[in-house]
Design a protein around this ligand. Sequence first.
Ligand SMILES: [Mg+2]
Length: 211
Amino acid sequence: MRHVIWDWNGTLADDLPTVVECVSESLAAIGEGPIVADDYRSYYTRPVRLFYDRLLERSVTDSEWQAIEETFHIRYREAAKRVPLATDAVAAIEAVAGAGNTQSILSMWWHDALRAEVSRHGLERYMVRIDGNTKDASETKDRLLSIHLRAVASNGAVMIGDALDDAQAASALGIPCVLYDGGSHHRVELESAGVPVASSLVEAAEVALAT
Ligand SMILES: [Mg+2]
């Protein structure tokens, strides 16, 4: 039996268009022009401040970073209420549940906002645990995953995410990971992580259950 740990943003939640819109609004707040989805997928990295440095090909100043963070969080929190699930998110979750496995959600997003969104989409009943960020922007996926793993107490844990830090966190904690290419990174970049890459969530679930 496996325990699947789902990432939320860019994985179960199809928020790329919303994120791109909010990044563009954050850039406008410091007098810079907007981006398109392809820019986001090419430059996105963590820590997020480095993403803006890469995007602008310069270091953002502390006051610019503050303006970016404030704008993004205000805009995203509002816009998140309209973010849809990925097309096959429910099918993938049901495939995991139907095979007698357990599952949970682990996200770097703010815990209360995450819980509200998971509940809005009716997914709570499938999840044995839902953990978001209760600390601040300095939180890391490694640390959250180590706490999450202790709480779900499963030997057969496997992660499904859309970003390199999902794969890095899984590797640091010694569990397998499958990456989904419909989110924040291009497939070619995900392939550099050395873990399986799936082009749909149903495929990611199948691969994860077979690991
Ligand atoms: Mg993600």
